[in-house]
Design a protein around this ligand. Structure first.
Ligand code: GAL
Length: 953
C-alpha cells in the first residue's frame, strides 16, 4: 500500500541537497517571517486542499506568527512526554487525528530584487512534516524538524503577489525519529527565507582550518562546489578554493575564540566567513584540541523560550551564551538536535566547545524491548542518513563544533552505523559521539549518562570492564547532575574526579533550562497542565535556569564548582595557592584581590599580585599580614579573581573564581542565665525572664512583646524532585520512605513541663502514628531576664533505618513580614551537598526574595551556616551555625502546592533553624545523596543551642 507522504519513511521529496549555512553574503535575501494566515484541521487529509492555488480566499482564516508553534498561539495545546510516544507504536503510521496546520502568506519581491539568476526558499525548522507550494506549484515535502530544507523556486517567482502555502502535520513518520524528552510543538518554528542565487554564486563549501600547536602554523583550505578565491586580509592570504595555504596564526579555542574575518568570492557571490584555526584529535586516549587535553564544563541545551517554545530569537540565544560564559561553562551539547544555526555562530564568536547532536531519538521503542526500532531497520536508514547529512553539511564550518553526535537514546542499530560511516567519510576532522552504543564500535568516546561517582572513579582509574576499544577511549558524562528542582547535589565530588583523572574529560549537566510554558493560571505550566492523557509532569522542568532564564541556585553552584582557577590556602598563615585550570589560557586576563572580614564585614582589602601562571600550573602567594587580631571576632580572608578588562561576554570586574579562608572562628555563645521561672497566679503561664510559656504544654508564647508560635522540633521538608526520585525505579524513593513512615505528620506528646532552678525543661516524645519509633526531644530554656536561651536535644528511640529530612526547630512569627538580615552563608540557598557557592557574610533580603521559585514548589531557600539572623523584630544566634529558612507559608502548604500560584502568603512568617539536613543528590534522574550527606536519625543524639532576643528596632 502506498502511504501518504507524511507516513512514508522517506525523508521527503523535492528539496535541494544540504549545504553549509551562512548568514552573511552579498546575495539578496528576503525574510518571510512575520504574520501568516493559518487554519487548523483535525486530520491530515483535510478536505480543502485547494488553499495553495492562486486566488484562494483565506479571508476566514486566523493569523499566526511565523516562526512559531500553533499550539502556543491559541490553536490546540502542547503535550509533554519524556520517552513515551503519545501515539501507538505502529511505525510508520500515525494517528488519524493528526492536527494539521495550513499556513499561507503572500509576498512581493522588494524593489531591486535582482532579475537574474535563481532563488531558493529555505526552511530552517518545521515540526514535523511539511508540504510546500509556491504560486500553486508543489515544491515537495520534508521531514526532519530541526534541520534545514531548501527548494529551488527561481522560475516560479513573480515580482508581486507570490503565494507561499505550507501544510504542516503534527504527526508523521518523522515523529518516530523525534522522541526527545520535551514538549511536542508543531509548527514552522524557525525562519523562512528566500535567498537570491545569482549566476556563479557559492553553493556549498567546506572550510578546513587546522592548527599545528608545535609550529604555531595554521593551514587553510576552502573546498567549494563553485570555484573562487579565499582572502584573509589579516593574514595576507589570497588563495584559490581548493588550495591549501599556511600562515602563522593565533589558534581558536573556547577560551580564546580567535576568529579571522575571511571572504569566499565566487564569480557571483561574496560570502563572509569567520575562520577559527584548530585541530581536534584523539591522542593518548584523550580528546585533544591543539595538542591539549580538554576538560568539558558543559551543559545540555534544548532550545526553549517560555512564550515561544522552540522558536528562540537571536537575543535569547545570545543571552544563553553570555549566561553560560559568565558561569564558567565552556561546552554545550545541543541536546538533542542541531540548534538554530545562529547559535553556533555565537559559540564560535564567544567561545564554547560544542557537541552538535543530530535530530534523532527513538527512545519510546525501549518500552517494547526495542522491537521495530527505526535505528535498526534498513527501511529507515535513508532518513537517518539524510538527517546526518543535513546536520554535518549545515554546521561543518563552525570551529566550535568539535564532536558530532549521532543522536540520543536510539538503542543500537545498522542505521546508526551507517550514519557514523557517512559522517567519518565526509568529515574526518572531528570526533564522533553517541551515548547509546556501549560497545563504542562507531564512536570515539566512551559516553554515559548519570553514572554515579563511584563508577566514574573506576572508569577514571581504568578499572572498568567492557570491550577493549572502549577501555582505551576517553570518557565523558554527556548527561549528569540532573538539575530538576532543588539541586543538583554532588557536583563538587564529580568535579574532583574529572580534575583527577585525565581520562575523565568532564560532563554536561542535564540541562540548561526549565521548559515551563508561561500560563495565565499557573505562572509556568508543565506536563499534564494542558489535559494530556499521557504525560511526565514536571520532569520537563529540570534546568539550571528558570523558564525566564533567571539563574537557579544550581547554576550558581555549578559556576563555583567548575571555576577555571582554584584558590586554596590557609587562613591563619595567610598563604594562598592559585591553580590555573584553564586548558589554554594563562591568567593575565584576571586580577586578584583580597579582603579581610571581621564578623562578615570587610575591614581591609587590596590587590593580590600573582605571578604568571600558565594553563595547568600553580603558584603560591602570600597574603599581607592580617590587620590586628581579634580573638572575639570571626575573621576570614576572601580572595577573588575577576576579569581585568571588559570581554565580549562580561564586564571588567566580573568575578570568575573566589575562595574564603577562615582565620578565627570567634563565636562563643554567652550563655544567659539567672532568671528563674515563675507561674502566673492562675497557673496558666510560666514566665522566664522576658519569655512566657504555656504552663500546660510548655510552648513558648512570647519574648517581650514579640509573639512566637508553634516552636518545636521539626523534621519534615516539602520533598524535592530529587527526594521524590525516578518514578520508573522499583525501589521506593527517600521521600516515599519518609511518607510511609509518617515523617510529614509527626505527633508531639508532652511528657513534662518542669520549672527548675536554672530555667524550664520541657520533655516530649515526637513520633509518627502507627510506629514505635520516636525522637525524644527535650527543650531546656534559660534566660538572663531579657535574652532567652534554648538548648534542644533529640535522642532517637528504636531502629531508625530512614534518614531524616532535617532536624531542627520551626516557629512562627505572626505579622512579621519584611526584611531579614543574617550573618552566614549567602546570598543564595545552600544544602549540605550544594553549598560550594555559599559565601559567608552579612546579607539582607526580603522574606519573599528568600524563596527560590522552583516551578513545582518544594523545599527551598535555606541559607547555610547562619551565625545570627534577624527577622520580624527577633534575633536568633547560634554557635552551631544552623541553616535558616523563613517563608510566609508552612512546609505543609509548600508540600501540597503543585504550582507556585498555589502558595498564598499568610501573615505569619515560619522560620526553620536546622542543625542538620539531608543532602539533595540527583535522584530525580541519577544517583542519590552521597553517604556523607545523608542525615541518619541516630544513634547519636542531636542538639541545637540558640539565643533569642529582640532587635533594637
Ligand atoms: C536522559 C535523556 C534526556 C532527558 C534526561 C532526563 O535520559 O537523554 O533527554 O530525558 O534523561 O531529564
Amino acid at each position: 500500500m502506498e502511504l501518504p507522504h507524511h507516513e512514508d519513511v522517506s525523508p521527503g521529496t523535492g528539496s535541494l541537497p544540504p549545504r553549509a549555512w551562512y548568514a552573511t553574503s552579498d546575495a539578496a535575501t528576503l525574510s518571510l517571517n512575520g504574520p501568516w494566515r493559518f487554519r487548523l484541521s483535525p486530520t491530515a487529509d483535510t478536505e480543502d486542499d485547494t488553499f495553495a492555488a492562486a486566488g484562494y480566499d483565506c479571508g476566514a482564516w486566523d493569523e499566526i506568527a511565523v516562526p512559531g508553534h500553533w499550539v502556543l498561539q491559541g490553536h490546540g495545546a502542547p503535550r509533554y512526554t519524556n520517552m513515551l510516544y503519545p501515539f501507538p507504536l505502529d511505525p510508520p503510521r500515525v494517528p488519524t487525528e493528526n492536527p494539521t496546520g495550513d499556513h499561507l502568506r503572500t509576498f512581493d519581491l522588494p524593489d531591486g530584487w535582482p532579475r537574474d539568476g535563481a532563488a531558493v526558499l529555505r526552511f530552517d525548522g518545521v515540526e514535523s512534516c511539511a508540504r510546500v507550494w509556491l504560486n500553486g506549484t508543489e515544491l515537495g515535502d520534508f521531514k526532519g524538524s530541526r534541520l534545514p530544507h531548501e527548494f529551488a523556486v527561481g522560475e516560479l517567482l513573480r515580482p508581486a503577489g507570490n503565494v507561499l502555502a505550507v501544510r504542516v502535520h503534527q504527526w508523521s513518520a518523522g515523529s518516530y525519529l523525534e522522541d526527545q524528552d520535551q514538549w511536542w510543538l508543531p509548527g514552522i518554528f524557525r525562519d523562512v527565507t528566500l535567498l537570491h542565487r545569482p549566476e556563479g554564486c557559492a553553493r556549498d563549501f567546506f572550510v578546513h582550518a587546522a592548527y599545528d600547536h608545535r609550529t604555531g602554523t595554521g593551514t587553510l583550505r576552502v573546498d567549494s562546489d563553485v570555484q573562487g578565491h579565499v582572502t584573509v586580509a589579516e593574514l595576507g592570504i589570497d588563495a584559490a578554493t581548493g588550495e591549501e595555504v599556511a600562515a602563522a596564526v593565533e589558534p581558536w579555542t573556547a577560551e580564546t575564540p580567535r576568529l579571522y574575518d575571511a571572504t569566499l568570492a565566487t564569480p557571483g557571490e561574496r560570502v563572509a566567513l569567520r575562520v577559527g584555526f584548530r585541530t581536534v584529535a584523539l591522542e593518548d586516549g584523550t580528546i585533544k584540541v591543539n595538542g591539549r587535553t580538554l576538560l568539558f564544563r558543559g551543559v545540555n541545551r534544548h532550545e526553549f523560550h517560555p512564550e515561544t517554545g522552540r522558536t528562540v530569537d537571536l537575543e535569547t540565544m545570545r543571552a544563553d551564551v553570555l549566561l553560560m560564559k559568565r558561569h564558567n561553562i565552556n561546552a554545550v551539547r545541543t541536546s538533542h538536535y542541531p540548534p538554530h544555526p545562529a547559535f553556533l555562530d555565537l559559540c564560535d564568536e564567544l567561545g564554547l566547545w560544542v557537541i552538535d547532536e543530530c535530530d534523532l531519538e527513538t527512545h519510546g521503542f525501549g518500552a517494547v524491548g526495542w522491537r521495530a526500532n527505526p535505528a535498526d531497520d534498513a527501511r529507515w536508514t535513508p532518513a537517518l542518513l539524510d538527517r546526518a547529512a543535513r546536520m554535518v553539511e549545515r554546521d561543518k564550518n563552525h570551529p566550535s563544533v568539535v564532536l558530532w553526535s549521532l543522536g540520543n537514546e536510539c538503542g543500537t542499530g545498522r542505521g546508526l552505523t551507517a550514519m557514523a560511516d557517512w559522517i567519518r567519510a565526509r568529515d574526518d576532522s572531528r570526533l564522533l559521539h553517541y551515548e547509546g552504543d556501549r560497545s563504542c564500535a562507531d564512536t570515539d568516546v566512551y559516553s554515559r549518562m548519570y553514572a554515579d561517582h563511584a563508577e566514574v572513579e573506576r572508569i577514571g582509574r581504568g578499572e572498568d570492564d567492557g570491550p577493549d576499544k572502549r577501555r582505551r577511549l576517553p570518557f565523558l558524562l554527556c548527561e549528569y547532575a540532573h538539575a530538576m528542582g532543588n539541586g543538583p547535589g554532588g557536583l563538587s565530588e564529580y568535579q574532583q574526579l574529572f580534575e583527577t583523572y585525565d581520562r575523565l574529560q568532564g560532563g554536561f549537566v542535564w540541562e540548561w533550562i526549565d521548559h515551563g510554558i508561561a500560563h495565565p493560571a499557573y505562572e509556568y505550566a508543565y506536563g499534564g497542565d494542558f489535559g494530556e492523557e499521557l504525560h511526565d509532569g514536571n520532569f520537563v522542568c529540570d534546568g539550571l535556569v528558570f523558564p525566564d532564564r533567571t539563574p537557579s541556585p544550581g547554576l550558581v553552584e555549578y559556576k563555583k564548582v567548575i571555576e577555571p582557577v582554584r584558590i586554596e590556602g590557609d587562613g591563619p598563615s595567610g598563604t594562598v595557592a592559585i591553580s590555573n585550570l584553564h586548558d589554554f589560557a594563562d591568567l593575565s586576563h584576571l586580577v586578584f584581590t583580597w579582603s579581610y572580614e571581621k564578623d562578615g564585614t570587610t575591614v581591609a582589602e587590596g590587590a593580590l599580585t600573582v605571578p604568571p601562571v600558565g594553563p595547568g600550573e600553580r603558584a603560591e602567594v602570600d597574603l599581607p599580614s592580617p590587620p590586628r587580631r581579634d580573638p572575639d571576632a570571626e575573621t576570614q580572608w576572601t580572595v577573588r579573581a575577576a576579569l581585568a578588562e571588559d570581554t565580549a561576554w562580561a564586564a571588567k570586574g566580573h568575578v570568575v573564581a573566589w575562595a574564603q579562608l577562615p582565620v578565627e572562628y570567634g563565636m562563643i555563645l554567652p550563655v544567659p542565665g539567672g532568671a528563674t521561672p515563675t507561674k502566673d497566679a492562675d497557673g496558666r503561664r510560666i514566665t522566664l525572664g522576658a519569655a512566657s510559656f504555656d504552663a500546660r504544654t510548655g510552648a513558648l508564647l512570647a519574648l517581650h512583646d514579640r509573639e512566637i508560635t508553634g516552636l518545636r522540633l521539626d523534621v519534615w521538608r516539602a520533598p524535592t524532585d530529587n527526594d521524590n526520585g525516578m518514578p520508573w525505579r522499583p525501589e521506593p524513593s527517600v521521600a516515599a520512605r519518609w511518607r510511609a513512615l509518617g515523617l510529614h505528620r509527626m505527633q508531639h506528646r508532652v511528657e513534662a513541663v518542669e520549672p527548675t532552678g536554672e530555667g524550664l525543661t520541657v520533655r516530649t516524645r515526637v513520633a509518627p502514628a502507627a510506629s514505635d519509633l520516636a525522637l525524644r526531644t527535650e527543650y531546656h530554656w534559660a534566660s538572663d531576664g531579657s535574652k532567652l536561651l534554648l538548648r534542644m536535644s533529640v535522642t532517637p528511640e528504636g531502629d531508625w533505618s530512614v534518614p531524616l529530612p532535617r532536624i531542627g526547630i520551626r516557629f512562627g512569627l505572626p505579622g512579621a513580614a519584611g526584611r531579614v538580615r543574617w550573618f552566614g552563608g549567602g546570598p543564595g540557598e545552600a544544602y549540605p551537598d550544594t553549598a560550594a557557592a555559599s559565601l559567608i557574610g552579612v546579607w539582607e533580603s526580603d522574606v519573599d526574595a528568600l524563596q527560590t521559585p522552583y516551578v513545582r514548589p518544594q523545599e527551598n531557600g535555606a541559607r547555610a551556616a547562619v551565625r545570627w539572623a534577624e527577622v520580624g523584630g527577633l534575633r536568633v544566634e547560634s554557635d552551631g551555625a544552623p541553616a535558616f529558612t523563613a517563608r510566609r507559608w508552612t512546609t505543609e502548604q509548600l508540600d501540597a502546592a503543585r504550582h507556585r500560584t498555589d502558595l498564598t502568603p499568610g501573615d505569619t512568617v515560619w522560620v526553620n533553624l536546622d542543625i542538620d539536613r539531608h543532602g539533595i543528590g540527583t535522584q530525580s534522574c541519577g544517583p542519590g545523596v552521597l553517604p556523607q550527606y545523608e542525615l541518619p536519625a541516630g544513634p547519636r543524639p542531636s542538639s541545637l543551642s540558640c539565643i533569642f532576643s529582640l532587635t533594637d528596632g
